[in-house]
Design a binder for this molecule. Structure first.
Ligand code: CA
Ligand code: CA
Ligand code: CA
Length: 393
């Protein structure tokens, strides 16, 4: 019987593309946006291979200190990550900048090639453990003009609703080309990627990931994490650019059951209890050299701003101008599909501590307190509708 099942499953895998129950487009996270030119599709595919299939070894420059051996090993299926694929950063808990750069900060490389000592968190440093966020729809988030993010901010809470979203003001590396009409404040720019919004764009995120996560130097980030010396690039500019293009053109998750009356009712509850004040339903992109990303209305459910989420979610670690208790509102698109990439269960919030959507909401405090209390006071019917809606994203 086992053998028969095995054979059946092999056949099923074999004709994956022909089967009527092959996953529908709205169940998948890792395809390209619609409307790419033939040339752009080729760049997407090249980036896909570099991101998912290129596993580094000592022969191709891995390490000597590293966290993992490929992008795809941590970002499986481009969805939300798993506790097994987390990474650790360390530093101090105030705004003085990372005080541990000479002791291996900010990132812990806990693995090393034979003959090299892996890092440990130095005494006195505070450390944080982060799970990978999803990579879907990032090109749309990248194409949102700075001015739109700034317009959503209310750093001094002038409207008195208890919510004071603020951008993460960061110093951008010299190799970054700022997007059109960048907003600048005292020489700093608005970061929007990463759990604390400390990366300006997908090039910075990618060049850093190669360097810090895999121990791979590039022209962009040439400093070897082990010796501190500037090394020849171990990954070419063209490969980095292809990976950036892949991230830019990964499609946004498609909402399911959107016409279901319970889902529609749930979205109304979402707005009524104030979730939409941070999880901004709609953003509009500006110009982009990639036509399908330009001037599009998208529904990520994020304002890309930082919010103080209270002491329970305080990780004691700062990045850019983000305080220890501040997190960038995570986009909620793809939420209902995230257990597919998380081994069948949910691992939500920055460190994956919430294993249900309800637990994630219950952990909202600080600026999220009023909304969480409103959620706790909902009738069962409204609460069920809200969850149905969240699962449809
Ligand atoms: Ca290396
Ligand atoms: Ca390090
Ligand atoms: Ca406010």
């Amino acid at each position: 019987m086992r053998l028969v099942l095995l054979l059946v499953s092999l056949v099923l895998v074999g004709c994956h593309k022909l089967m009527p129950d092959a996953p529908a487009e709205d169940q998948l996270l890792d395809g390209p946006v619609d409307g790419l030119s033939t040339d752009e599709q080729a760049r997407f595919l090249a980036g896909d291979v570099a991101f998912n299939d290129e596993v580094f070894t000592s022969a191709t420059g891995l390490g000597p200190l590293f966290v993992s051996t490929s992008c795809g090993s941590c970002h499986a299926g481009d969805g939300r990550g798993h506790p097994f694929t987390s990474l650790t950063r360390f530093g101090q808990n105030d705004g003085t900048g990372n005080q541990y750069l000479d002791q291996g900060g900010p990132q812990l490389q806990h693995r090393a090639l034979p003959g090299f000592a892996p890092e440990e968190v130095p005494a006195g440093a505070t450390s944080t453990r982060l799970l990978p966020p999803p990579n879907t729809g990032l090109g749309f988030l990248d194409a949102v003009p700075d001015a739109m993010i700034l317009a959503l901010a209310d750093p001094d809470d002038l409207d008195g609703d208890g919510i004071s979203g603020t951008p993460n003001w960061i110093t951008t590396p010299a190799y970054i080309t700022h997007r059109p009409a960048p907003v600048e404040q005292g020489g700093k720019h608005i970061g929007r990627f990463g759990r604390k919004g400390a990366a300006y764009d997908l090039l910075q995120q990618t060049a850093n990931a190669y360097n810090q996560d895999i121990g791979i130097t590039s022209n962009y980030e040439p400093v070897d994490t082990y010796t501190g010396a500037i090394l020849d690039p171990e990954v070419s500019n063209s490969t980095v650019d292809q990976v950036v293009f892949y991230l830019l053109t990964l499609k946004a998750p498609i909402q399911r059951d959107k016409d279901d009356p319970q889902v529609i009712a749930g979205e109304q509850v979402f707005t009524a209890v104030g979730c939409a004040k941070c999880h901004t339903p709609e953003l509009v992109t500006g110009p982009s050299p990639i036509a399908p990303l330009a001037n599009k209305t998208v529904r990520p459910y994020s304002d890309l701003l930082l919010h103080d989420m209270g002491s329970g979610l305080d990780d004691g670690y700062t990045e850019g101008s983000a305080l220890t208790s501040e997190w960038r509102t995570p986009p909620l698109w793809g939420l209902g599909l995230s257990s597919d990439s998380q081994g069948g269960s949910y691992f939500l919030l920055h460190d994956g501590r919430a294993t249900t959507i309800e637990q994630a909401i219950e952990a909202h405090d600080g600026e999220g307190q009023a909304s969480r209390i409103a959620y706790q006071q909902l009738s069962t019917t409204d609460r069920e509708a809200l969850l149905r809606f969240l699962e449809s994203l």
